[in-house]
Design a binder for this molecule. Structure first.
Ligand code: ACO
Ligand SMILES: O=CC(=O)O
Ligand code: MG
Length: 536
């Protein structure tokens, strides 16, 4: 545990994270006052919304089936649109995403992508220094003064004349920022990220002809969209900025939100720019929310594809819903990344990414995500080939008909020993990296982040408990089998990285957390919640 300095500021705010020159630059008295007002006005509501998630889970556990909401039928059937979308968000055909690391921000902004989503969420481990340095990096990026020198080779980085449009993803509503206590309680991580980025940059962004643009992750209902809309109204009023200046793209990455896409856009209609299909968290949410249904069990992670009927239903519904409301529908992240030193494997990875992007643009997505600068051109080519204008919002996709049963169709496939081993090994490797402060990592030539790790650990939890939790050769996935496989995978890891790295690289803590998450009876809502407890 790092020794934390404690600094008492006005308004009963305790900054219990380490104070550095960069912290001082971001946590000015004025910025803290703004954070205080956000917390004071909205934290109670946030907690109520988190309680509502628990209540919904309880109903699902008792057998309630998810369906479109009766009480919001008038919104789904009504004739309305989101407010006109700003000119610099009209063409989002390729968006690169990445953590708020200084060098990566510069690389992403220079990558040739149309937009860059700077991520305080799935791709970032929320250490105090990552959160504070990320805010400084973004502040410098907005002012175009950001520079970096790589200590290992002296390579220098600065912004090109033409850069991607910047969007910022805040942490989800479930996460606290434990280093900032207000009236004795931790501030919401999402409000902290939003508040600081907005406070420091809104006016500068407007002066530069753009605006504060956000991605909102892991929403579970339209009531959560209403919450964010009210946060935006409050923040804009405080800084005397016109209503509708902030624009948000909401990740549809929970199974419950898939039933409320129209309603989410409606709540945010003055501030919405579109919806994005966050495929990895969506699969996780499907497992998590439906975990007690006897007919729901998913095959190996590698067998759940975007072409699986339930994923097709959700992405097509997203496109149809967005285009009906004149909002944009963004596609998601293919897991493949460039593979250096193996041209054949690299070509195969690129082929898979191109194929994924081809599906998206053919269906009607207005843009997509890539994880790496080396993939920008591949995605761009697929979108350029099929999308003549800046977007394809004119394609209303009235042919799409998605029922509740379509969204809930369980994908078929097999559970294999390799799949079980992969979930254990990749899950532990990712958690170890996250505990070391790195939230996005290449493992087995695939991008892994918090969302993909959630799938791994939730699958093992479910397979052990589900009556159909059997390997394809008929063996039951028992606690004993899990222990056997897990120990073997940890031995392999130790052998490949060395005993010392295993001990000091946080693998021990990571494997303990993975085992706890898997064996405890109560399903943990997010692995990052207990993870944050031991994150320094
Ligand atoms: C489920 C979801 O939420 S998806 C969205 C969240 N996930 C992400 O955003 C993941 C983003 N991607 C990444 O973090 C990285 O690409 C990884 C971890 C997957 C792979 O990282 P690495 O193996 O280190 O990449 P690699 O070594 O090939 O990097 C080569 C160069 O590209 C840069 N780079 C790689 N990915 C990115 C990125 N996403 N943004 C900006 N620069 C990047 C590296 O900084 C490096 O730059 P340099 O040559 O100037 O030193
Ligand atoms: O945030 C994106 C996802 O796929 O999860
Ligand atoms: Mg996600």
């Amino acid at each position: 545990m790092v020794e934390l300095a404690s600094k008492k500021v006005r308004f009963n705010i305790d900054v219990v994270g380490e104070m550095t020159a960069w912290t001082e630059e971001i946590l000015t008295p004025e910025a803290l006052e703004f954070l205080y007002s956000l917390h004071d006005t909205f934290n109670g509501r946030r907690k109520e919304l988190l309680d509502k998630r628990k209540q919904r889970q309880q109903l699902l556990n008792e057998g309630q089936k998810l369906d479109y909401l009766e009480e919001t039928k008038h919104i789904r059937e009504g004739d309305w649109s989101v407010a006109p979308i700003p000119h610099d968000l009209q063409d989002r055909r390729v968006e690169i995403t990445g953590p708020v690391d200084r060098k990566m921000i510069i690389n992403a902004l220079n990558s040739g992508a149309k937009a860059f989503m700077a991520d305080f969420e799935d791709a970032t481990s929320p250490t105090w220094s990552n959160m504070i340095n990320g805010q400084v990096n973004l502040k410098d990026a907005v002012r175009r003064t950001i520079e970096f020198e790589q200590p290992s080779n002296g390579k220098t980085y600065s912004l090109n004349d033409e850069t991607a449009v910047l969007l910022v993803r805040t942490r989800g509503l479930h996460l606290d920022e434990k280093h900032l206590l207000i009236d004795g309680e931790p501030m919401a991580g999402g409000l902290f990220d939003f508040g600081l980025y907005f406070f420091h940059n809104a006016n500068e962004l407007i002066a530069k002809g753009t605006a504060p643009y956000f991605y909102l992750p892991k929403l579970e209902s339209h009531l959560e969209a209403r919450f964010w809309n009210e946060v935006f109204l409050f923040a804009q009023e405080r800084l005397e900025i016109p209503v509708g200046t902030i624009r948000a793209t909401v990740l549809i990455e929970t199974i419950t939100a898939a039933f409320e896409m129209d309603e989410i856009l409606y709540e945010l209609r003055d501030h919405a720019a579109g919806l994005n299909c966050g495929r990895w968290d969506y699969i996780f949410s499907f497992i998590k929310r439906l975990r007690n249904e006897l007919d729901v069990i998913l095959p190996d992670r590698g067998q759940v594809m975007m072409t699986s009927p339930f994923m097709r239903a959700y992405t097509q519904l997203c496109i149809q819903t967005c285009h009906k409301r004149n909002a944009f529908a963004l596609g998601g992240m293919a897991a493949q990344i460039p593979i250096r030193n193996n041209p054949e494997a690299n070509e195969e990875a690129f082929r898979k990414v191109a194929e994924d992007k081809r599906w998206e643009v053919t269906d009607g997505h207005d843009g997509t995500w890539v994880a790496h600068p080396g993939l920008v051109a591949i995605a761009m080519k697929e979108f350029d080939k099929q999308m003549e204008g800046p977007n394809q919002v004119h394609r209303k996709r009235e042919d799409v008909k998605v029922t509740a049963a379509d969204l809930l169709e369980v994908p078929t496939g097999t559970i294999t020993e390799d799949g079980l081993r992969m979930n254990c090994s990749v899950g532990v490797q990712y958690i170890a990296s996250w505990l070391n402060g790195n939230g996005a990592v290449p493992i087995n030539h695939l991008m892994e982040d918090a969302a993909t790790a959630e799938i791994s650990r939730s699958q093992v939890w479910q397979w052990i408990r589900h009556p159909e939790g059997k390997l394809e050769d008929g063996r039951e996935i028992t606690v004993d089998l899990f222990h056997e496989v897990f120990e073997e995978e940890m031995s392999k890891l130790k052998a490949s990285i060395g005993e010392k790295e295993f001990r000091f690289g946080k693998y021990k803590e990571a494997s303990e957390l993975f085992v706890k998450l898997t064996l405890q009876e109560e399903f943990e809502e997010f692995l990052t919640l207990p993870g944050y407890g031991i994150l320094h």
